[in-house]
Design a protein. Structure first.
Lengths: 332, 370
């Protein structure tokens, strides 16, 4: 059986797990091609207008797999940590796909829900494995092996690599000489999709900057940083983005922070607001928000990126030489 | 302590009754206007959903009238509403307002916290008093919804056009002067009688249209640009799916019969969406099916721009239409929505329904004239 894995949404987070899990179960996997204009257009055509870019892209990637695979893998990631959610659209994703795309082959839905108990979530994999092979013991074994691969991947991420380096580029980037560090915060499905993110990581590296991404930050730090919130943040990725942003600010790990968000992202609208306000009040580190949608053009994007980098460099060069006259030259 | 709360349709009646009974001084925010929206839009995150912006507008206008405490209900996700309180507090803090926001999260996250928060508001009232006040408030909610529902029936059939609306307007003017749940209830009951006595045209068979979608947008007339009134004036009888009364019955009361009924409706959505994705998406799909089975002429989904759960429902609704054959239209509102374009879409949809009904000839043609 050939399983199609759309290269969108949680692909960049869980690909090793999925790949090895299906391979050990002796299923062939096919990942959809890299995002292109065609895939994006297909996504836009097959999805409701009001959905956000990542969800449209997921539709596009599913369309890309049509006709080439026997079954398409659509994970329903309701919750990846107890008491937390990801996003309502992730929960309804299989339903959205089923009602929006015509001529769909069988859909393999993985009901991953750790909201009450993480064990329920593991059972999702066992059930899926059982559906494919008919044996839960084989599935359990495959899941354990795949998990160890996933842990290895996560460990590499914590060492400072980005998912892109591991999954796509496969070559070491020169981490030696760099002018500064930029914190790049955004959902994995935006940051590591070369088409949507306009290769922001490579562009920053070519400008001589090292990039720190949320995947590089230890979970414990994220957890600690989020404790200042008066109410538990119930979006796992919201927490990850806000927590890693705050960690970067607190530890002075970065010279500037770039937030990459997709237009009308519900969770980002709150996370960005909070991070922005905390930064304004306490840390005052250069900060910019770049919003992408299906219309974004390279030129405007590059201009903003260059302007931001210029700002960081000017700040470093002239910060000590500001005229003392007037109170708020730096906007404080 | 001078307490305020955000507007949401008829909530202010129940909230005022409740707080008056508890002896808490309450400031009702002025009715939502373009200015409220303007204030809210200016101060809120750009991509936040519309209810948050209007809430902020309500707060600021109440603060200008002397409020120092804000009451807000909460939830625990995945819908953004659950985090409103935190973000709103940060916004007000940065503006330099020293305001308390008391958030009532559902008690399943911790009864102690919930009880403490009630105590903070209720002060020295006995628990019996608090329970009594809550009970009265829930009766207000129920009767106020009944009042509006009479309005929906009457508006589509009234002999003198505009009469229902002018009576309801008089009600709003009168009820705002009341103090305590007793007076509020009396006023509601009086106007129920007045509405009932409105003269009807005979031989009218109004089109029946169901409203589904996000609860705030459905309940707050300013946000949905008075969709119920507009449809009523077009001679359409409106059926509401989410009402305050229903919300109270499901979430706060122990009415098991009603909960079972609610579950039965939700079950209808099973083939399309079998679980809660947050907000009211599940209800939207289920109620659309429910309305279709009850042979309504059309369904309109209303939601604020970027509402995460409703987008899921929106993408499923075309399949409900395919299977049941009742037309469904989605209207998205945000701070940019223009009234003219919105009304044109409504009119076009109603024209379409009317033609459809004439063609199929299932019912007698409408005499409302349109």
């Amino acid at each position: 059986m050939k399983i199609g894995i759309p290269k969108a949404l949680m692909y960049y987070t869980y690909y090793p797990l999925w790949k090895y899990f299906f391979e050990i179960l002796r299923c062939e996997t096919l990942v959809s091609r890299n995002t292109s204009k065609l895939i994006l257009d297909n996504g836009v055509m097959n999805c409701v207008d009001d959905a956000c870019l990542p969800v449209k892209l997921f539709h596009g990637h599913v369309v890309d797999l049509l006709g080439e695979v026997d079954i398409i893998f659509v994970p329903r990631l309701t919750s990846i940590n107890p008491g937390e959610f990801i996003c309502p659209k992730f929960i309804g994703l299989p339903e959205m796909i089923k009602s929006s795309i015509r001529g769909l082959p069988d859909v393999l839905v993985l009901d991953y829900n750790a909201h009450k108990n993480i064990k329920n979530a593991y059972m999702a994999y066992i059930d899926t494995g059982k559906r494919l092979t008919g044996s839960s013991s084989v599935a359990l074994k495959a899941f354990n092996l795949a998990c160890s691969k996933q842990r290895e991947y996560d460990r590499l991420l914590k060492q400072g690599k980005t998912p892109l380096d591991i999954l796509e580029l496969k070559r070491e980037h020169n981490a030696g000489n760099y002018k500064g560090v930029v914190g790049l915060i955004g959902h994995p499905y935006l940051l590591y999709d070369q088409y949507v993110s306009m290769q922001i990581i490579s562009k920053l590296r070519n400008m001589g900057y090292r990039v720190v991404v949320p995947e590089n930050i230890e979970d414990a730090c994220i957890q600690r940083a989020c404790e200042r919130l008066p109410k538990k943040l119930f979006w796992s990725y919201g927490k990850k983005l806000l927590g890693s942003g705050l960690t970067m600010l607190e530890k002075r790990m970065v010279d500037g922070i770039i937030l990459l968000s997709s237009f009308a992202c519900g969770i980002d609208s709150f996370i960005i607001e909070l991070l922005h306000r905390y930064n304004q009040r306490q840390y005052k580190i250069p900060y910019t928000l770049i919003t992408v949608d299906e219309h974004t053009g390279h030129a405007g994007f590059n201009t903003r990126l260059e302007a931001f980098i210029d700002m960081i460099e000017w700040r470093r060069a002239h910060e000590g030489h500001l005229s003392p006259y007037g109170a708020s030259v730096s906007g404080g | 302590m001078k307490v305020t709360f955000p507007h949401m349709g008829q909530v202010y009646l129940a909230a005022k009754g409740l707080l008056d009974d508890l002896g808490v001084e309450v400031i009702i925010p002025p009715p939502i206007t373009k200015k409220t929206l303007e204030i809210g839009t200016r101060l809120s995150p750009e991509m936040a959903c519309l209810p948050l912006k209007i809430n902020i507008g309500n707060y600021i206008e109440s603060i200008q009238r002397g409020t120092d405490t804000i009451l807000l209900s909460g939830s625990c996700g995945p819908c953004r509403f659950g985090y409103y309180g935190v973000v709103q507090k940060e916004i007000l803090n940065d503006l330099g307002y020293d305001i308390d926001i008391i958030i009532f999260d559902p008690p399943d996250t911790g009864y102690r916290e919930f009880i403490q928060r009630i105590k903070r508001v209720a002060g020295r009232n006995s628990w019996l008093n608090v329970a009594r006040a809550f009970k009265k408030a829930s009766i207000i909610v129920e009767e106020a919804d009944e009042l509006l529902e009479i309005g929906l029936k009457k508006r589509a059939r009234e002999a003198n056009s505009g009469e229902t609306d002018s009576r309801l307007y008089a009600f709003e003017r009168e009820v705002i002067k009341c103090y305590g749940s007793y007076e509020i209830l009396e006023t509601i009951r009086k106007y129920k009688g007045i509405l009932e006595s409105i003269e009807e045209k005979t031989g009218v068979f109004p089109l029946k249209v169901g409203l589904v979608g996000e609860i705030y947008t459905l309940i707050e007339p300013f946000v949905n640009l008075n969709i119920e009134k507009k449809l009523g004036r077009l001679g359409v009888e409106v059926y509401r799916s989410l009402t305050l009364n229903e919300w109270v019955k499901i979430h706060l009361s122990l009415d098991m019969g009603y909960r079972l009924h609610h579950r039965r409706i939700l079950k209808k959505a099973e083939p399309y969406l079998g679980l809660c994705v947050g907000g009211h998406a599940w209800q939207t799909v289920a109620n659309s099916i429910h309305f279709s089975q009850n042979k309504l002429d059309g369904i309109i989904q209303v939601m604020p721009f970027g509402c995460m759960p409703e987008i899921v429902a929106e993408s499923i609704l075309p399949r409900v239409y395919e299977d049941y054959g009742v037309p469904i239209m989605t209207l998205v509102v945000d701070e940019m929505t223009g009234e003219a374009g919105y009304f044109t879409r409504l009119e076009a949809f109603i024209d379409l329904l009317e033609q459809r009904r004439n063609r199929t000839g299932e019912k007698k043609p409408s005499l409302s004239g349109g």
